[in-house]
Design a protein around this ligand. Structure first.
Ligand code: ATP
Length: 237
């Protein structure tokens, strides 16, 4: 995967619009301690949909917005756009030669996501990156100390990493959603069976009642006929 550029504005230590263009030969970003190198990888995780404030090294989501310095006021929102090359169709669902993903977050707590300038939901961003190894649970961003965590982590956590690399996460998620739907339907089926057995229980008394009603109606008609006849006879006499 080739990251073409990253545009950061109002995010952490980048108050001004900053455009980082990664040539195809860019392998590292260097700088003194505290100069904001990790903020760049935070910006990448963030634009990919990271929701954990801990993973973004903050206490609350608002901490990603430039908080101001002695000389500069704080900003009202943070915005990051990541442009990824798609000439080799690493995003099979997208036709475009490049895919730009944007995330914007306001101090009011409002979030916006865009794919190629079109407003989308977080779910769409997650789905876009699923199985590319770059998603929220991807393995493409490995922070300091994380290698240890991977090696000493639980087998299930390691499994997630391999699943993502094997490209089966999308199918596993679909399977989970389908199983959930199936369970819901099973619940509905139990309810329908309950109702059916209740109705079946009511069926034979209703059958008896309907037979009685039918006999009543027939007898009522006969009575009416006999009444008319007896009236006519009386009249004749
Ligand atoms: P190191 O080499 O020590 O890991 P680094 O180059 O990776 O450092 P970062 O950790 O990315 O640096 O950047 C830390 C700097 O970002 C700090 O100076 C911190 O004050 C600043 N910073 C983080 N969040 C904000 C914010 N919301 N507003 C303003 N500045 C911020």
């Amino acid at each position: 995967m080739y990251l073409k550029s990253l545009e950061i504005q109002g995010f952490k230590s980048f108050p001004d619009r900053t455009l980082l263009q990664f040539g195809s030969d860019c392998t590292a970003i260097v700088g003194p301690n505290g100069s904001g190198k990790s903020n760049i990888s935070d910006a990448i995780s963030w634009v990919l949909g990271e929701q954990s404030t801990r993973a973004l090294r903050g206490a609350k989501m608002e901490d990603v917005i430039f908080g101001g310095t002695e000389k500069r006021n704080q900003m009202g929102f943070a915005q990051v756009t990541l442009v990824i090359d798609n000439t080799e169709h690493i995003f099979p669902t997208r036709e475009e030669a490049e895919v730009a993903v944007t995330r914007r977050y306001y101090r009011s707590g409002e979030s916006e996501y865009y794919i190629n300038k079109q407003s989308v939901r977080l779910k769409d961003v997650n789905e876009l990156f699923m199985d590319t190894g770059m998603g929220r649970e991807g393995y493409s961003i490995i922070g300091q100390g994380q290698i240890d965590k991977i090696l000493s982590g639980k087998p299930e956590e390691r499994r997630e990493l391999f699943d993502e690399a094997a490209g089966i996460v999308k199918f596993k998620r679909r399977k989970a959603t389908t199983i959930k739907k199936l369970q819901d339907e099973q619940g509905n089926l139990v309810r329908v069976t309950d109702i059916l057995s209740e109705l079946t229980r009511q069926l034979s008394p209703l059958e008896r009642q309907s037979e009685t009603a039918r006999i009543y109606l027939a007898k009522r008609d006969t009575l009416r006929e006999l009444d008319v006849n007896s009236f006519l006879l009386e009249n004749e006499e």
